[in-house]
Design a protein around this ligand. Sequence first.
Ligand SMILES: CC(C)(COP(=O)(O)OP(=O)(O)OC[C@H]1O[C@@H](n2cnc3c(N)ncnc32)[C@H](O)[C@@H]1OP(=O)(O)O)[C@@H](O)C(=O)NCCC(=O)NCCS
Length: 179
Amino acid sequence: MEPPEMINAGELVLKRWEIEWAPAAVAAIQDSLPELRQFLPWATDGYGLEESREYIARSRADWDAGTQFNYAIFTTIGELAGSIGLMTRMGPGVLEIGYWTGTPYAGRGYMTAAVRALSRVALTLPGIERVAIKHDEANKASAAVAVKAGFQEVAREPREVEAPGESGLTIIRELSLPA
Ligand SMILES: CC(C)(COP(=O)(O)OP(=O)(O)OC[C@H]1O[C@@H](n2cnc3c(N)ncnc32)[C@H](O)[C@@H]1OP(=O)(O)O)[C@@H](O)C(=O)NCCC(=O)NCCS
């Protein structure tokens, strides 16, 4: 089971992470820290080249191992607009999507387009019947993305607060293969 290394999503293209994009990733993350740090515990002032290279190297190894498929999101003119990935950690039959958008690119419908494209691909993979998005109840932008992309709430569960914007209540939303 392996998704394509490149996915077209309208105005955007999703590409499997490459080590040489680490400096662009650091710049995007540092520029977006006030928004990202609210919900992503790893987004801190100390996030630099070493952390980014480590993330990309791990992403590449996880891809080869078939456990996670992480993509950088580029605009048509090659700007790094964010990141999105598929994770197998929820178990067989389901892939979980995680994401962030760089602040200069937020609110343009980019993540909704990326989620739609990646979900479509995920649901064609052998054995995959559902795609899930988990977000904190306070993360209204993430909720809006999931709802716009057609995901429906299936559960709510308490979770330890790890980032300052979180309420501690996680909402799980899923999109399933048509019956
Ligand atoms: C969540 C995130 C990826 C959305 O990216 P994006 O590219 O701006 O998403 P889109 O433009 O496709 O859609 C965003 C939607 O959220 C809405 N939104 C943004 N902030 C909001 C808020 N505070 N309250 C309600 N809705 C909000 C926007 O209005 C938009 O919906 P609309 O098109 O119906 O108006 C981005 O905000 C982000 O990176 N947040 C920080 C990291 C994060 O939370 N990642 C997800 C963890 S589960």
